[in-house]
Design a protein around this ligand. Structure first.
Ligand code: GLU
Length: 590
């Protein structure tokens, strides 16, 4: 989940590592650290807090070899001591992942008299490498990782060697090539603007990185050749532009996300058609926001193709002994393509003979390797931890997949409707006035998002977004279910945000508004259905008008409204919407 970066070359590693960590910070930001080889000694600097906490300590450092880490703690609270790097003897490492058998390894090491200085699982890897070191760091790393269960992307250095040895298993790691310098990092954005060619390491690979070259070995230390690819991350697209936060910038990029995803679909359409022929059941899996897109995907498939579909959170799906009959297709949805639960769910589905379709914003991710077909979400890099434009891109991609399953081709009526959506999304992103409603939410004890059918799927997304970035309590709930229990929570200190985009269901949802208001609750309505505002004008406190559109495509505009509401509320409350507490972007651990 954390971000790691390493450098070997002739320039000052301190500056390169620091800037790389800043670019990787969305992967974790509870503590950060770096280690450098300076004159045959290793200097370690690590601090609780964000990467910038390291800046004052890095000023005086000059080194040609360095490794850095920005952490999202899994084992051991965020603190200076638990921050990476971790050292054992002359060995120093950074680690991304979870060492699941760390407790038993630690017990054995303690029995051997090893002293530990942190509460992390990662520290055992440093001690194991130190234990196996007999003059060859690569050999020592190779032996140590054989003992590890779980996931790791790790880098090791030793004070008297000008090189990094890296290893990966189930956590992403790439090599970056420069002239007289080489890099290693968790992902491509970390190397944006500093190296143009990369290699994605495979599970079990071990890499030796020096200024002059990189050797990659498999688990048996046999040299292997891995492909060299262009680095697709562009540094300009990683900046804030003139927006105060990435969340706002990325909300404004929703129109492009929808448009580019639609365009990119043409490249995979035929392959998808072939893969889906004969499919009689569809399962969508995802986590968090991607699961909310899955709820909509299910609705699309059942409505357009009349094929039974399910939506499941990936973490639950894996452990419930799912049934995959002949003709099952599994759509695995993940922005990063590295979400551990989703990747494992895809692998499970594949091993059981299902067709696996990856729907992802990252085309070189683990998920794409597990899939038969990759449907691109062309949202561009998403830096804010809370997903926005990747969600709308996923919804657009799932709409296209469902239409393909239903046999509609590029000039079908529904496909044409999607081309109209970017300008409607732009209207909402540019003009929405959610400030007053956000003010009311910011003062509330609880905020509930309610809707029916497809609006319910957006309600759960609105609720999650508000929780993530504002830390307010709340829930996304089916409007019809309110009266079956949750209504007990409604009083003058609660706000209910109703999403209402389906004219056929308007009357029913309006009843729910009445039920809330009758109990002293405050209501707001986000709608594009004619007459609703008129009918509820003395009931709801606020209305947000959405542009009219086809009901199936309404999530593309209503999601922008609820996500923008979450953003405004977070700003009013003084939260950092880009880096919410306790969270990180790509959840590469289970
Ligand atoms: N498990 C390690 C720790 O808690 C690494 C966590 C991560 O990958 O962010 O320090």
């Amino acid at each position: 989940m954390c971000g790691i970066i390493g450098y070997v070359g002739k320039r000052n590693a301190a500056k390169i590592i620091y800037e790389g960590l800043k670019r990787l910070e969305y992967r974790g930001y509870d503590s950060a650290g770096a280690a450098f080889i300076c004159g045959g000694k290793t200097a370690v600097i690590k601090k609780e807090g964000k990467v910038e906490a390291l800046a004052p300590y890095l000023n005086g450092v000059y080194a040609n070899v360095g490794i850095g880490h920005t952490r999202w703690a899994t084992h051991g609270k965020p603190s200076d001591i638990n921050a990476h790097p971790h050292s054992a003897g002359e060995i120093t490492i950074v680690h991304n992942g979870i060492i699941e058998n760390y407790a038993e390894l630690k017990e054995t090491l303690l029995r051997d008299g090893v002293a530990f200085s942190s509460d992390t699982d990662s520290e055992v890897a440093a001690h194991l490498i130190n234990k196996f070191y007999k003059g060859d760091l690569t050999e020592a790393v190779s032996q140590a990782v054989k003992m590890l269960k779980g996931s790791y992307a790790l880098m090791a250095i030793r004070a008297d060697e000008n090189r990094i040895v890296a290893a990966r298993y189930k956590s992403p790691l790439i090599i970056g090539y420069g002239g007289g310098e080489n890099f290693c990092a968790s992902d491509e954005p970390a190397l944006a603007g500093i190296c143009e060619r990369i290699t994605v390491l495979e599970d079990g690979d071990i890499a030796e990185i020096t200024a002059d070259g990189v050797n990659i070995y498999d688990g048996n230390l046999q040299l292997v050749i891995r492909g060299v690819l262009p680095n697709l991350a562009v540094s300009e697209s990683l900046g804030l532009g003139d927006c105060p936060h990435y969340m706002l910038k990325e909300l404004k990029e929703v129109p492009k996300s929808v448009q580019f995803t639609h365009k990119a679909f043409a490249d995979v359409e035929e392959k998808l058609k072939t893969a889906l022929s004969g499919v009689s059941r569809v399962i969508f899996v995802g986590c968090g926001t991607a699961y909310h897109a899955a709820l909509i995907g299910k609705r699309y498939v059942e409505s357009f193709a009349r094929i039974p579909a399910e939506a499941e959170t990936a973490g639950e799906f894996r452990y419930k002994n799912p049934v995959f009959g002949a003709g099952t297709a599994v759509f695995a949805i993940s922005q990063s393509g590295e979400t551990a639960d989703t990747v494992e769910a895809a692998r499970l589905a594949k091993s059981e003979g299902a067709k696996v379709i990856a729907v992802t914003n990252c085309l070189r991710s683990e998920l794409t390797r597990a899939a038969d077909v990759v449907v691109p979400v062309a949202a561009g890099p998403e830096i804010c931890v809370a997903a926005t434009k990747s969600y709308t891109g996923q919804v657009a991609a799932l709409y296209l997949c469902a239409l393909t399953l239903a046999g509609e081709n590029a000039d079908g009526e529904r496909r044409k409707l999607l081309w109209e959506m970017p300008k409607l999304c732009k209207k909402v992103a540019d003009n929405i006035d959610a400030g007053a409603l956000a003010q009311m939410c910011a003062c509330a004890r609880g905020v509930y998002f309610l809707g029916r059918d497809i609006d319910y799927a957006v309600a759960v997304e609105g609720s999650l977004k508000l929780k993530e970035v504002s830390y307010l309590q709340g829930e996304g709930y089916p409007a019809g279910e309110l009266k079956h229990g949750t209504l007990a929570l409604i009083d003058g200190a609660t706000v209910c945000v109703f999403i209402l985009t389906d004219a056929d269901l308007a009357g029913k949802t309006e009843n729910a508004v009445e039920q809330v208001v009758s109990r002293g609750g405050k209501a707001a309505v986000i709608t594009n259905v004619g007459g609703v505002e008129e009918r509820l004008k003395n009931k709801a406190e606020y209305f947000i008008a959405l542009p009219e559109c086809d009901k199936y495509l309404s999530p593309l505009v209503s999601a922008v409204a609820v996500q923008m509401l979450a953003y405004r509320t977070a700003v009013i409350l003084g939260r950092d919407p880009d880096k919410p507490r306790n969270l990180a972007k790509s959840v590469t651990v289970e």
